[in-house]
Design a protein around this ligand. Sequence first.
Ligand SMILES: Cc1cc2nc3c(=O)[nH]c(=O)nc-3n(C[C@H](O)[C@H](O)[C@H](O)COP(=O)(O)O)c2cc1C
Length: 407
Amino acid sequence: MAGTSDPLKGSPPSLLLGVTGSIAAYKSLDLIRRLTDEGISTRVVATRNARPFFPFLSAEIFSNSKVETELFSGGEGKGRIRHLDLLDGADLLLVAPATANFIARISLGMADDLLSAIALSARIPILLAPAMEEAMYLHPASTEHRKRLQDRGVREILPQEGPLASGRSGMGRMAPVDRILEAVREVLARAGSPGGPLSGRNVLVSSGPTYEPLDPVRFIGNRSSGLMGMAIVKAACTLGARVTLVSGPTALTPPPGVEFHRVETAREMGQALDRLFPETDILVMAAAVSDYRPIAPLSEKKKKDGREWTLTLSENSDILKGLSARRRPDQRLVGFAAESALEVEPLIRKCRAKGVDLLVANDISKPGIGFGSSDNEALFVFSDGRSLPVPRTSKETLAFRIFENLP
Ligand SMILES: Cc1cc2nc3c(=O)[nH]c(=O)nc-3n(C[C@H](O)[C@H](O)[C@H](O)COP(=O)(O)O)c2cc1C
């Protein structure tokens, strides 16, 4: 990021992570790492009973701040009111894992340690990820407390059935870190992340495949699942942007608050993007747009007639090139390139020819990444001639890397 046109100016979303005395607390370490990876600033508050379960030193290194436990701690002036001081500027309180004991205490409105005092004083969304043995989870007291909290707007990230710490199997295993992150993103997106680095920015994302009809039932398509585009949509929401998605046919639905345009063909996608582009600050073209379309789709379903069916295809126009030709200097453009080999020089030429600021190149010959998979690996190529390899990571993390590295 450099200069005054930096689109990521502003503060990142800020989260308070509460950790309580459950055996699942070791998973919170991975959670901190993933949250900070996604550009979400994370402060950790642990109960005293979390201490035997939770590696404080590692958590302090990952979160780059002290793990707070004490309600009556040092500080100057108003800084002495630690629970209010920590809430200042926070967008969300997430407690993961949340013990039966902690859930009961906040349901009763108790405030006898730092974390419960924060929960009682919070005017921000609260998310709880319960973790406990099945007997504790299903106990009528716990059920009542959770219900009462739900009625007050506290959201629970449901635990799962599976092996528990006791060696028994049952309900009460903390939700997987991916699911918790998903809930965090949803809440931050809904809150609009007013202080987010992209707040006030319009981000337009294209995603998914296109279908080019041969007749009313058949089409030429591709294997794009839309997962990468959706990860970009969610990252932009988390960073506080107003997000518009233009997507070809996929099974995915965008988070609430996203303006959604569903299209089928490359032409429809081009028309929608054309219309939306003038209002856009950042365009990310993650769709796998068909390069060709059948020249004369049939108006009725073609019946088998025992003969060969020869198709003639004509080339679709390059949507990204068309948009970049009329871009304003303040607009930022990101393109994707599916390649069978990642060579820097030809990719820099391609980046410049497409008129984009950043080209995200994937090696489609590598197994386990790209189309349909949850991971990706990329080479970022910039119009100024720089390049940056991004080793294999989740599509969510890659999405945040794109916004972080946008020139
Ligand atoms: C080995 C061990 C594991 C525990 N695991 C859990 C757990 O997963 N969930 C839970 O609700 N309580 C668990 N407990 C009980 C809590 O630690 C206990 O209720 C404690 O008072 C919670 O304090 P806190 O809510 O202030 O962190 C466990 C206790 C022990 C000794």
